[in-house]
Ligand binder design. Structure first.
Ligand code: ZN
Ligand code: ZN
Length: 417
């Protein structure tokens, strides 16, 4: 018996092909050789791989999976990416399909593309990933940001396996993020200083976030049709947790919405007056990426700074890092400071401190679980103070009751303790 498979010629091709079987499935592929001896050697190698699979030593990868790349060219345009079958492009399309596309996912996926490049998927080992993690740690990256990259890498592999394009994925370690949670909170004065330094179209957007703790994407989606009398209704499709919720427009919020109603009219040079469909808008268009104005405002308000992306040290007015003796472009600098998302934590914390029950605070901010109360150690300090005071009073009462009791007892004779 000659063993599994055969060599054959194809029309119009000098290169010989081979065919072989595993579990009833036929694999056909080019041997890459026109010399029958070399072609036979290629087939022999495949036979050994098939044999190893049949013995349960190692799963057979196969010619298609061998070709799968982690990422295509970083500069590939959208047209190429729409059809590309690298792991990153496939995951990108999957995220889009499931409505999980976000600025964060895109930038993390770009990091995967940049760092793992055009490496073939089957070539990446668990050791490689470990080394990558160690290197990032040595460069000073936070465990959380390393995890965001490696999680997406894992997701890309997982999706490839689900779609039967790969048979295995490297084991990817997850770093502990304990003690590394972002703990940024806004105080009233900080908040006002940031608002003062923001462009006009951003001010009410930011105020609304500070009052309600709503997410940036949720706020940007708000249209006038969502205002129902004195209640704002966030539609389910625009809520990150997928559940519609209502926010009553009370106090400063009501004033803010009135102000937005005035700002609805958009008059631009040489164009007819239009009414903006969005509550928060920039010349009638919804609020898009505002990272740049945000960073500038925070730096001016003294709650943020731009640092050297390598050593996180200070840079001078020309963006030169003395430490690394390197001059950066402004866009390359790393931002450290208050985040827009800090409003969310702050709103919830202040509601709870003001005595609002956790469950009610969650219906306004749109938190689905109460885990963030523990994560950010948000407790109502007042409740605890009341508890301690009540305990102390109780003990004092107990002590004075005891003193009265002792005083009422008949005197014992001296000498006995
Ligand atoms: Zn691709
Ligand atoms: Zn530096």
């Amino acid at each position: 018996m000659r063993g599994n498979g055969r060599i054959f010629a194809r029309k119009n091709s000098a290169v010989l092909w081979c065919a072989y079987y595993l579990r009833g499935r036929e694999f056909r592929e080019s041997t890459g050789h026109s010399d029958p001896k070399k072609a036979e050697k290629f087939l022999q190698a495949r036979r050994r791989e098939v044999g190893a699979d049949q013995l349960g030593v190692r799963p057979f990868v196969g010619p298609a999976a061998e070709r799968v790349k982690i990422s295509c060219d970083l500069d590939a345009d959208q047209e190429v990416r729409a059809k590309c079958d690298c792991l990153c492009c496939a995951l990108e399309r999957d995220l889009k399909f499931r409505g999980k596309e976000s600025q964060q996912n895109t930038s993390n996926l770009n990091r995967v593309r940049r760092d793992f490049g055009e490496l073939r998927a089957i070539a990446l080992t668990a050791d490689d990933v470990d080394k990558y993690i160690e290197q990032r740690l040595a460069e000073g990256s936070a465990p959380a940001s390393i995890n965001r990259t490696t999680q997406l890498l894992g997701q890309a592999f997982h999706f490839g396996i689900q779609r039967k394009r790969l048979t295995s994925a490297p084991d990817i370690r997850h770093l502990s993020e304990k003690g590394n949670e972002r703990q940024g909170f806004f105080g009233e004065t900080e908040f006002r200083a940031v608002v003062d330094n923001l462009p006009a179209y951003m001010k009410d957007f930011v105020r609304f976030a500070y009052f309600t703790g709503m997410r940036r994407g949720e706020l940007a989606s708000l249209k006038w049709e969502d205002v129902d009398g004195d209640v704002l209704r966030l539609r389910a499709e625009n809520a990150k947790n997928g559940e519609a919720r209502a926010v009553p427009l009370e106090g400063e919020l009501a004033e803010l919405i009135e102000r937005r109603r005035e700002a609805r009219r958009v008059k631009m040079e040489g164009r007819p007056l239009v009414l903006s469909a969005w509550i928060f808008h920039r010349d009638g268009e919804p609020i898009g990426d505002f990272r740049k104005v945000w960073r500038t405002a925070c730096c001016m308000a003294g709650v943020g700074k731009l640092v050297c992306p390598t050593c996180e040290g200070p840079v001078d007015a020309e963006y030169n890092c003395a430490n690394c003796s390197r001059t950066w472009a402004r866009e390359e600098l790393k931002y450290i400071g208050r985040l827009f998302h800090d409003f969310r934590r702050s709103a919830v914390r202040d509601m709870v401190r003001a005595g609002v029950p956790e469950t009610v605070a969650m219906t306004i901010s749109g938190h689905k679980t109460r885990s963030m109360f523990d994560r950010y150690n948000i407790t109502n300090d007042r409740d605890q103070r009341d508890a301690l005071r009540a305990t102390q009073e109780y003990r004092q009462q107990q002590a004075s009751a005891l003193r009265e009791k002792i005083a009422a007892m008949p005197q014992r004779s001296a000498g006995v303790n």
